[in-house]
Ligand binder design. Sequence first.
Ligand code: URA
Length: 212
Amino acid sequence: MRLHVADHPLIAHKLTILRDRHTPSATFRQLVDELVTLLAYEATRHVVVTDVAINTPVAPTVGRKMGKPQPIVVPVLRAGLGMLEGMTRLLPTAEVGFLGMKRDEDTLQVETYANRLPEDLSGRQCFILDPMLATGGTMVAAIDYLLESGARDVTCVCLVAAPEGLAEVEKAVGDRADVSVVVAAVDDHLNDHGYIVPGLGDAGDRLYGIVD
Ligand code: URA
């Protein structure tokens, strides 16, 4: 597993506002969108492009364009949905799949309630969107889904990760696939409730309000 912490003053600035408990939902959503676009720039550094011949107004030349198969972006519902727009802004030709996963807040076990992905992901570059990589349980389950469908090139885009979650992903993936994690920050630790400290609280609740 490769880890890339996107160390940039604009990212630090936006993340600090996100972390602030007084930041309202509307601002939070807007900042997540902006942050993801900045992270997407790093996350897509190895996206496959092919040479294409074009004519500029001045001369013929050879440029590079994204080719086929298109990458696939997989937001993990619910909170990952808040990252979709920011990612597809940079990757407008990407396909979008969905994984609905819920963490039981008592046992911290992951339950999958929706899966809308192509059956065959071999040869596809996959981007999983989930703002908080906490225990790693959800991310490992999401990666497993993609690997079971043949994917071997997976990039996880997260806002904040805990060292415990990163270790869990690293252990679970082993040498099965080329997995990268791109994050805005790696925080200190998880608390007893599985929340990232200092973190930013429950990302889904802060994006969409609390739903019981
Ligand atoms: N999920 C969140 O939304 N926040 C955390 O801190 C951990 C898991």
